[in-house]
Design a protein around this ligand. Structure first.
Ligand SMILES: Cc1cc2nc3c(=O)[nH]c(=O)nc-3n(C[C@H](O)[C@H](O)[C@H](O)COP(=O)(O)OP(=O)(O)OC[C@H]3O[C@@H](n4cnc5c(N)ncnc54)[C@H](O)[C@@H]3O)c2cc1C
Length: 444
């Protein structure tokens, strides 16, 4: 809908007819807000809807809800749509096509995965179903499967609703988008919040009671009683239609586009959001990163180009921020294993500093880990774990990465300072100094 809205901004209804198909009940909602709605920070579902169907239609976008596209006929320039309620099917021709089918949550293929009380959190309908379960059940024990950012955000939501929360995680530490040493800090903080963390554990079965409802989550070694289970085990690009239509897909299963977000080899087809692969500007490789911040930018670029303008999306550095209760978790650029996989030699520096001047009230500690390339000194990545003020500090590093700065150059960045906001040397600068020193010493 970002693409449709942008195209409409540039071209009126007399110049460009826009039809949008959506199989669900809603458009333009913030899935990112679902954990905060479930947790009670946001009380009204409608606050998560950025623009309603009526608002889109008032701008001459022919939005067809509860309508699923079943097939793309690239040679014929048409799509086959099906009304989900009636089952009626029809073909709609196009001159230009935008594919924005998003990502599909991974559902574990095991007994009990679809039992009542087991929930995903991808759509507003999912969020409502979970809230209904939490309101109805008299239970108090929740198991979250997966400790990526959605898993940890949902752990917070369930804690806020008074549940005893266990997180079962396949990896050695939570937040596999961080290096394990930084993930360890998240692990310890989550346990400090009263969350039980179970790492290196593969869920084998979801057990149900006589009433058919979920009663426990089983791993090879143990059973974890559960009145409700939330799944957060990742997503894959939803490219079923694109694959069937013979459009080019990358190694991660996402559509491949050029910098104008045009599907490679197809003049009149664009794709963006969670269904595409993006260029990682640091490693130079294609990756699949399912984030709303990218999807919105893709939409803007696609809408401009589909309306005969010109815009490009250069790629990403892999910045993400999330939190569990008062713990903020942020990352940008490469982890150690990404750097190794890319064949880069690097040094690391990990420092502990404070969010404010040490003498100022409520200063809290944060840990910053920085990677820099040997020989060139180029910044490769930053991870930050800490309390208030830690998370968004990663944006300094995201800008430095985008600009291709060295850690030496970063040490003299003119960042704002006053005691309530940072120590005189901001934690990111302290990490840059330490990384520069490690480069000079030839150590890591
Ligand atoms: C719980 C949660 C928290 C998140 N938090 C963050 C966050 O903090 N920060 C961040 O940047 N990102 C976050 N995200 C990710 C973000 O929501 C997604 O990256 C973003 O929504 C992707 O947008 P999209 O338009 O590509 O896909 P979607 O928003 O998934 O939209 C795709 C739409 O296509 C429809 N569709 C698919 N196939 C068809 C078809 N054949 N016919 C008709 N319709 C079809 C689907 O029903 C869906 O509505 C979060 C996601 C979740 C689930």
């Amino acid at each position: 809908m970002s693409a449709a809205s942008q195209a409409r901004r540039l071209k009126g209804a007399d110049e460009l007819e826009i039809v949008a198909f959506e199989r669900g009940h809603f458009t333009s909602f913030s899935a990112c807000g679902i954990p905060y709605w479930v947790g009670g920070d946001v009380t009204d579902r409608d606050e998560l809807i950025a623009r309603t169907a009526e608002e889109h239609r008032a701008r001459d976008i022919d939005l067809r809800l509860r309508t699923e596209v079943m097939e793309i006929d690239v040679a014929g320039g048409r799509v086959r749509a099906r009304d989900v309620e009636s089952g009626d099917e029809y073909w709609t021709p196009y001159d230009k096509l935008v594919i924005a089918t998003g990502a599909r949550p991974i559902r574990p293929d095991m007994p009990g995965a679809d039992a009542p009380g087991v929930h995903g959190v991808q759509t507003l309908d999912d969020g409502q179903a979970l809230i209904d379960t939490l309101t109805r059940t008299r239970g108090r024990r929740a198991v979250v499967v997966g400790a990526g950012y959605i898993g940890v955000e949902m752990a917070e939501a369930l804690i806020n609703r008074g549940y005893e929360v266990t997180v079962v995680n396949r990896g050695s530490e939570p937040m596999s988008t961080l290096d394990a040493d930084m993930g360890r800090l998240v692990h310890e903080a989550m346990e400090g919040l009263g969350i039980t963390m179970v790492n290196d554990a593969e869920v084998t079965k979801i057990l149900t009671g006589e009433d058919g409802r979920v009663r426990a989550v089983a791993t090879e070694d143990a059973e974890y009683p559960a009145d409700v289970v939330v799944l957060g085990i990742g997503v894959r690009p939803e490219t079923t239609l694109a694959r069937a239509a013979g459009l080019p897909l990358g190694d991660h299963g996402g559509l491949l586009t050029d910098l104008a977000m045009r599907v490679r080899g197809h003049e009149n087809i664009w794709a963006g959001g969670d269904c595409v692969e993006v260029l990682d500007l640091v490693s130079g490789r294609e990756r699949h990163i399912a984030l709303g911040t990218h999807a919105n930018k893709h939409g803007q670029v696609i809408g401009t180009n589909a309306a005969d303008g010109y815009a490009t999306f250069p790629g990403v550095v892999g910045t993400a921020v999330s939190k569990v209760c008062d713990l903020e978790i942020a990352r940008t650029g490469l982890r150690e294993k990404d750097a190794r996989r890319a064949g880069l030699q690097y040094v690391t520096a990990t420092i502990e500093s404070t969010s404010r001047a040490g003498y100022y009230p409520n200063a809290s500690t944060m840990t910053v880990k920085m990677l820099a390339e040997r020989r060139t000194g180029r910044l490769l990545g930053v991870q930050i774990v800490g309390r208030e003020g830690a998370g968004k500090r990663v944006d300094i590093a995201a800008v430095a990465l985008t600009a291709g700065m060295t850690v030496e150059q970063m040490t003299s960045l003119d960042l704002g300072y006053a005691p309530p906001f940072s120590p005189v040397w901001d934690p990111v600068l302290v990490a840059a100094r330490r990384a520069a020193k490690a480069l000079n010493a030839g150590t890591s």
